[in-house]
Design a protein around this ligand. Structure first.
Ligand code: KMH
Ligand code: ZN
Length: 274
């Protein structure tokens, strides 16, 4: 078990509406301010989705590039771009995300029902995206929404070898309607199925947030938190901003005797150049 906790903040996502959650960062200035406060609160990685001028999710390459540049200029965070985008994004646009030159990217290992939608990740796309990360020198974070995705991860590694950076680092996304339930038994089953030597974080969506956070700390995993995954801090109390979710995660990790890893340590952990 590592002695510190890698905290990833997922501040925006593609699904949450700014009108419902006013603290959601949707402009570049809001995102940079958010990332700065989250780094101070204990985050080491920022998982980024960008929005357009109307606050709608976009994979516009120019915006992605300026976002990577601004986050690099103002923070030391590991910049992870989402290749998941929104459920309506094309495979071509999702592959093109790597051209923005992030440190890391999310890489979902299979298709999953996603509430009333379907998040499509057919094997040929997953395989192509993985090989593109290897060519471009981008550290993939394997997003696992269901047990079949873990099987696909084994297949990816068997067929195409180790990821850039050398570490197989996964994120269990739990509590999506259609994917893993966000409970302790499911978490334990998923962790037991991961490739040998893999490291992992987990996040619980909505009301799964706290059960997954505490189960993850107990099991020695790392944490992902943020308004992409929950807009409710406690029953009846909306999230004010991403930093308070990071603060809570950092406090819990510190109580668990595994305090937050800083961004420098996170880069080394993920096999990124210093
Ligand atoms: N917005 C979801 C459809 C990722 O960032 O890679 C996909 C998602 C996963 O959020
Ligand atoms: Zn995402």
């Amino acid at each position: 078990m590592t002695t510190s906790t890698l905290i990833t903040v997922a501040p925006t996502g593609a699904e949450v509406d700014k009108a419902v959650a006013p603290g959601l960062p949707v402009t570049l200035d809001e995102l940079v301010a958010c990332a700065t406060s989250c780094e101070s609160a204990g985050a080491a990685v920022v998982h980024v989705h960008v929005r357009d001028a109307e606050a709608r999710p976009t994979l516009d390459l120019r915006r992605l590039k300026e976002t990577v540049a601004a986050l690099r200029a103002e923070t030391s965070l590991v910049v992870q771009l989402s290749t998941g985008g929104s459920v309506s994004d094309s495979y071509a646009d999702r592959l093109r995300v790597l051209e923005a030159g992030p440190d890391s990217c999310s890489l979902t290992c299979g298709t999953v029902n996603f509430g009333d939608d379907v998040f499509l990740n057919p094997w040929p796309f997953v395989s192509e995206l993985y090989q593109a990360t290897q060519r471009c020198g981008v550290v993939p974070e394997f997003e696992l929404f269901d047990l079949g995705h873990v099987a696909a991860l084994h297949r990816l590694l068997d067929l195409h070898g180790a990821p850039y950076g050398g570490r197989v680092h996964c994120d269990l996304v739990m509590g999506v309607p259609g994917g893993f339930p966000g409970d302790l038994a499911t978490l334990a089953t998923a962790v037991a199925a991961l490739p040998s030597g893999a490291t992992w974080s987990a996040t619980g969506i909505g009301r799964a947030t706290l059960p997954v956070l505490f189960a993850t700390l107990a099991a020695g995993g790392h944490l992902r938190v943020g308004m992409e995954d929950t807009v409710t801090y406690a029953k009846g109390r909306p999230v004010r901003d991403n930093a308070e979710l990071v603060e809570r995660a950092a406090h819990a990790a510190t109580l668990a005797q595994r305090p937050p890893m800083d961004a420098v340590a996170a880069r080394a952990f993920l096999g990124l150049p210093a």
